[in-house]
Design a protein around this ligand. Sequence first.
Ligand code: BES
Ligand code: MN
Ligand code: ZN
Length: 502
Amino acid sequence: MKVTFANLAVPAAGAVVVGVLEGRKLTASAEAMDKATKGAVTRAIKASSFKGAKHHSLTIMTPGGKLARVVCFGLGKAKELTRLELQNLGGHVVKALNAHATSVQVLVDEVEGCDLKAHEMAAEIALGAKLGSYRFDKYKTKVKEHDKPKLAEVKVLCKLSPKAKAAFEIEEKVAAGVFFTRDLVSEPSNVIYPETLAAQAKSLAALGVKVEVLTPAQMKKLGMGALLGVAQGSAHDPRLVVMHYNGKPQRAGAKAGKADAPVAFVGKGVTFDSGGISIKPAANMEDMKWDMGGAGVVIGLMKALAGRKAKVNVVGVIGLVENMPSGTAQRPGDIVTSMSGQTIEVINTDAEGRLVLADALWYTKERFKPHTMVDLATLTGAIMVALGDQYAGLFSNNDGLADELISAGRAVDERVWMMPMGEGYDKLINSPAADMQNVGGRWGGSITAAQFLKRFVGDTKWAHLDIAGVTWNKTGTATKPAGGTGFGVRLLDRWVRDKIEK
Ligand code: BES
Ligand code: MN
Ligand code: ZN
């Protein structure tokens, strides 16, 4: 579905969307459409229970001339029309018209009481429409014509439309990153495994991202015993992928120094998590195809940043493995040596994500000396118990960084909630047999997992996002259709924009 822009006008044909504020207060365009249809809009509103409440709509069929329909969308109260609400509105427009129209014109005007200019509102509606239009239906071969999404174009009409277009062009690159992540987490594990996921990452070369793929032999040489231990039960070899994007303009004559240190994003990429020898129950095990969600976000984020030519130096590192039980699989009680030299007793082979990240984080810190490192992982079921599907868990060794991520999350509706860390939790993962063990007991499972990661980041400014609860959504929202959400791409793009590029 494509989104286009044009200057505000009163359309004479097709499907038209206009806004109505709470209390049946017509926007200027709603009034113009009312005039153009000789009062059909006000007549229909009067005859209905539609009052302009947000998320409500009223469709008026064949209101006159060549017009197919005028759809009044409730905007609610003007002062509550935030950027996020406008994005939701865009998503709702797509949802409401997808089965009925091939193209729709959305009329956007300034609303008294709302701080945004019409072209800003238009760009937000456009973004919401784009995000809400996502579908992953490539494996459905028997969709009935009637059920197919038809909306091919959303045309947004507003004053100063070139400004709206320019703002949307940036957001569209971010949406492309979100879509890539959604695609990757939606693919089944017979299609996406370490080698093929690495190949997907390589496609970013087209955007100027340099992509390196480390083989098992190279990882062995580096001493990545924790990551390799997880991989050893699978018929699919592991990979470690490093993506570099350097968008920060070089200062003339300056030597590369600390100011040029990259920001690093590290992702858990377990392409299927059966649990290994500590095998998971059968119910819902299919969900574990998206246990590479953290890696998926890092890939989508690199696509977003490179796509919109962000002025920042970034490295993305993803550890790709499949966690399977077999005759060669790692056993409970095995002791592995991580790249850091620290030894780990593997009590539960299903606590594999932290083993993968241990080596990925250490490698990233040692090689790139990043000024900040953020990892993402579908790490624990416990975070879903704590926060459900509304917030990702945030863990950090730096309160300033945590605050920045919380603000960024609020701005894009990918919210994160800070969880505690501390020595009392850290000691729960001490092992009698090795430097540490990979599980800490039943209580505070997300926290002991984060404490485990913390042992591999040294003094680097670091945050960990446990995205197990937010990576997949069963019901769908206006801007996140059911399935893979892409949660994390917009959040971290926003953080880069507000805190790193500035
Ligand atoms: N990938 C899972 C966590 C998960 C569960 C993600 C459900 C998304 C949905 C992770 O590898 C795992 O199995 N964690 C265990 C840890 C336990 C063995 C300490 C868990 O949460 O049960
Ligand atoms: Mn697991
Ligand atoms: Zn896992």
